[in-house]
Every structure is written in structure tokens, then in C-alpha cells.
Write a protein that binds this ligand. Sequence first.
Ligand code: CA
Length: 229
Amino acid sequence: MTERVLVVEDEPKLAALLCDYLRAAGLDSEWLADGRQALERLQGGAMPAALILDLMLPGLDGLELCRAVRAFSDVPILICSARVEELDRLLGLELGADDYVCKPFSPRELVARVKALLRRAQGRLAPVSWVPAAGGFAIDEAGQRILWQAQGLALTPVEFRLLRQLLQHPRRVFERAQLLDLIHEDFRDVSDRVVDSHIKNIRRKLAALDPPQECIASVYGVGYRMDLP
Ligand code: CA
């Protein structure tokens, strides 16, 4: 079955160009120009394989839409924005987006990123093989999932890579720069604060377990360490 990508973008020319490129890459596409309309569509119908969200949208902006979608779905989300301020990047990732591109971007690059997100998402359907990790955690590498005592953690791909790294090396201190390398394979200009915001989200998810797991320690001036036996 062809995978369908929902493009939420209020510039018709750009949306048409993106849809053309997605089609050329073998993906179905659907276009909506209004954020609120997109949310209603997602709440009411079949979930697309991935979402591409513009930040500045009528109805509901891309960040609000991203946050709303994350309340009920872990569909891969890629955010596009002309607002390149760090804050936007941080917010986009903090709200659960999986990746972002800054406008102007090349449609080819954007499609490559969408395909990478789809590949990761497909991994979640692969046969499950849980590998035990420190402190009662288990890692499903193919599915990019992490469990603690049979309780699942709803992690974004970036959060999965960070938590896996910490779990696989308990008690070892990782510098923020080392963790940053896990977040982005390329060398875009992202700040250490991006690491902090992802760690904050992971901690929140660990704290929601029963009983709460507070095992990620901050190492002042350096980075983070998994405090597990
Ligand atoms: Ca826009």
C-alpha cells in the first residue's frame, strides 16, 4: 500500500511542489492549508504515515497542531519553518516533532527526511525482540521502543536514541556534545539546549511510570548520566 503523507502548508505553490516531489518519491500526498482543519481531519479519519507541518498556519499554528496531535498519535512529524530562531527549533522538538527543516529548503532534502522518518516508523512493526538493559529496562532495537517492567514509554525517535545510549552505558557520564551527535546525523547548528529539552521530556516520561523512575542524573557543567546499578 502506498504511504500517504499529509502536508499542512498555507502557501499553495509550495504545497503543490512538495506534493509533486512526494509523488515522484512513490508516496501519496494530501494537502490542507488550515491547521484546525488538519487537526479535525486527523482526529476523525485514518492517520497518514507522516505529517509535514508548516509553522505559520491559519486556524491553528504548526506548534499547536504538533502538540495536539502528540496527545493521541506518535505519527512521524516534520516541521518546516521560515522562522529559524533557536526558540522555534527547540519548541518544535520539545512538542514532539521528529525533525525540522528551515525554509527555504530543497524539496529533495525534505522528501529524503520524510522517507527517513517513515523507515524508522516501519521499524516499529518489525518482529519484536526485547533486549534487557540496566535497571529493569528493555530495548526493542528494531521497533525503537523502550519498556520498563512491562510499561511502555512513548518516545520520539530522538528520545529513543538518547535514552538507549544512556541505558546501554549506565553510570557513564555523557557530555551534551556527545548526546547532540545522536540527535542529528548531520552537522546543523543546534545548541546544547536541544539536548536539555529532550532529556527533560524523557525524564517526564520516566516520572510517569509507576513507580516513577528518576534515574537520569545531571552532571553539573558536563552532561548526563544514567544512575542505575
Ligand atoms: Ca505558512
